[in-house]
Design a protein around this ligand. Structure first.
Ligand code: FAD
Length: 326
């Protein structure tokens, strides 16, 4: 057989959005290929029949369940390699994220497969999958096809849309026994932590001060943090600065980040790319600071300030503090 096997990550009895997007994408592609949509989940006793079967609501027809340590890459590589070898899947699909990248890379090496990472779309051409991968700082898209028996497709985080069938369909659940490789049990999960900034729920904030590449460097975010603090708001970011490691992913707004609609969205040093716009365009008031009078963000701002954010942000912070009497 051919077909697609999609990996699904769960934590504390819930599948994450990124994984559900991958399941939906896998189901859509399987349908186009005329195949069934199969999914694999790896973990402990919290993987109940009911939880696994619920993936049917995102289009999965069969869920393979393996008992193995969760949150670590190598045990999942063992499970997926066995399933692919025994069932002859042609593709393995991942939603991305750090674990998806690690498992996908390990599986590629194990199976001597072809791999594409940071995929934003997958299409069917002549009965085969072709992955679309943005290149050259996202200014162009490369179409990647696969030679050989197995193709590994690793999506960009949250690039695949979650589609609920809404018909309450449940997937068949099948257990798979896997003998883990000796090296796969050498690492153990000591602690799971959230990265800095993850504690602030920017989706609920009334005021957001968002920073982009125009901040110049990671330390530039201090200007946003000071203004956000004075205003009683939170800090958000563009994908460019999250990718550069200047700010945590939890703060990313846009197509592959969060969607927000605060009372005030203040964008500093943000060009206003469409992928950013879709995450914040419903904000009640959009104020943009940009040194380029032709920056696209001014086209959908309620108030535009043309100038250097390094001068404007501190002055704004001072003014807000003065007004609040602080
Ligand atoms: C599939 C896909 C998904 C994507 N998802 C997202 C997403 O979820 N969120 C997202 O944000 N992006 C996303 N992107 C990326 C997006 O296309 C843009 O590359 C990104 O939003 C640009 O970020 P930026 O505005 O910080 O940087 P830039 O586009 O580099 O803009 C920086 C701006 O700062 C201004 N500037 C520079 N110095 C100063 C200064 N001293 N004072 C004032 N202004 C200054 C410049 O004039 C410029 O307009 C995605 C792209 C793709 C292809």
């Amino acid at each position: 057989m051919s077909g697609i096997l999609t990996y699904t990550l769960h934590y504390e009895g819930e599948f994450n959005k990124n994984s559900l997007g991958a399941v939906s994408e896998g189901a859509k592609l399987a349908k186009e290929l005329g195949e069934e949509a199969h999914v694999v989940v790896v973990g402990g006793d919290d993987l109940t029949d009911e939880l696994c079967a619920s993936l049917g609501n995102y289009g999965a027809s069969k869920v393979w369940r393996a008992k193995a340590p969760e949150g670590l890459a190598q045990p999942v590589v063992d499970v997926m390699a066995k399933l692919i070898e025994e069932n002859g899947y042609s593709y393995a699909l991942f939603g991305g994220g750090l674990l998806g990248f690690e498992i996908g890379a390990g599986l590629t090496a194990r199976l001597n497969a072809g791999v594409t990472m940071e995929v934003t779309e997958v299409k069917v051409q002549d009965g085969k999958l072709v992955a679309e991968r943005p290149i050259l700082q996202d200014s162009a898209i490369a179409d990647v096809g696969y030679e050989g028996d197995v193709g590994i497709i690793i999506g960009r985080l949250n690039a695949f849309e979650v589609t609920e069938a809404g018909d309450g369909a449940s997937a068949e659940v099948a257990d798979v026994e896997v003998e883990l490789k000796p090296w796969s049990t050498r690492a153990t999960m000591v602690e799971r932590g959230e990265q800095r900034g993850a504690d602030v729920n920017i989706e609920d904030a009334d005021i957001l001060v968002a920073g982009g590449r125009g901040l110049g460097k990671q330390e530039g975010f201090e200007l946003c943090e000071q203004l956000a603090e004075a205003l009683g708001g939170a800090v958000a970011a563009t994908r460019a600065v999250v990718d550069a490691g200047w700010y945590p992913y939890a703060a990313q707004i846009g197509q592959t980040g969060k969607t927000v609609a605060p009372k005030l969205y203040l964008a500093a040093g943000i060009s206003g790319a469409i992928q950013h716009k879709v995450g914040m365009q419903s904000s009640e008031n959009i104020v943009a600071i940009n040194k380029d009078p032709n920056a696209p963000i001014f086209e959908f701002s309620d108030l535009g300030i043309v100038g250097d954010l390094n001068k404007i942000l501190p002055k704004l912070t001072e003014a807000v503090k003065a007004k609040k009497g602080g």
